[in-house]
Design a protein around this ligand. Structure first.
Ligand code: TYD
Length: 221
């Protein structure tokens, strides 16, 4: 990788606002003159978007968590080798809305698949490419679901049986993220309940610090 390249990922539950934060970061970096590639998972390539449709289709309710893990990883392999690695090799900044940590959190901690197996699959799929910075937007599960409910037609209704099963699952996912965050220093935890512009300021502070001393456009303040 060229010294000025930077690989930034966003993680967090649905309703945490991570896609908005990723987009705001990309706009800011571009306004500073950086060459930025924005992508998302699952998807980000023609093949990846096709795999995304298979994974997320409501018609595939029988999908086994192992199948799910392999499909997410297959889409990721395509994204890494077609988009992310080439961009980093050209010295660009890559910002991805989700990456391999989602597999650890959702399939590993959420569906209780073997973390060591998932790490091996991920290493194979990504060629060992790990982000430089990962932002985790943390939100209590009930609040995330309430945000979702507010957006839906039945906003404010009591959670039904399936929602309650989802609560348990999402709690495992969140606890998984909180364990992953402990593992190394690339993680930055953000409180997703704060106002969006406050969160963005915190994100920019971390990125600005990481860009200091690197070749590239002067970082304006
Ligand atoms: P998406 O509509 O992109 O949601 P979000 O805005 O939350 O990113 O759907 C992606 C879903 O797939 C989301 O529920 C998280 C899940 N997911 C996994 O379970 N494992 C993975 O490896 C990835 C990348 C996503």
């Amino acid at each position: 990788m060229r010294p000025m390249s930077l690989f930034i990922t966003f993680e967090g539950p649905e309703g945490s606002g991570k896609s908005t934060q990723a987009r705001m970061l990309v706009e800011w970096l571009e306004s500073l003159g950086y060459d930025v590639v924005a992508t998302r998972e699952p998807g980000g390539t023609r093949i990846g978007e096709a795999v995304r449709r298979i994974i997320l289709s409501v018609e595939h309710s029988e999908m086994n968590p192992r199948t799910e893990a392999l499909l997410f990883s297959a889409a990721r392999a395509q994204l890494v080798f077609q988009v992310i690695k080439p961009a980093l090799e050209e010295g660009k900044i890559v910002v991805s809305d989700r990456y391999a940590d989602s597999t650890m959190a959702y399939q590993g901690y959420g569906h209780q698949l073997e973390i060591e197996d998932l790490k091996a699959i991920t290493r194979f799929a990504t060629g060992g490419l790990v982000p430089d910075i990962t932002f985790y937007l943390d939100l209590p599960v009930e609040e995330g679901l309430a945000r979702k409910a507010r957006d839906s037609v039945n906003g404010g209704e009591k959670l039904n049986r399936l929602d309650l099963a989802a609560v348990e699952y999402h709690k495992k996912v969140r606890n998984g993220y909180l364990k992953l965050v402990e593992e190394n220093g690339r993680w930055h935890v953000l409180d997703a309940r704060k106002p969006p512009h406050t969160i963005q300021e915190e994100i920019r502070k971390v990125v600005r610090k990481s860009l200091e001393g690197r070749p590239g456009p002067e970082v304006k303040r």
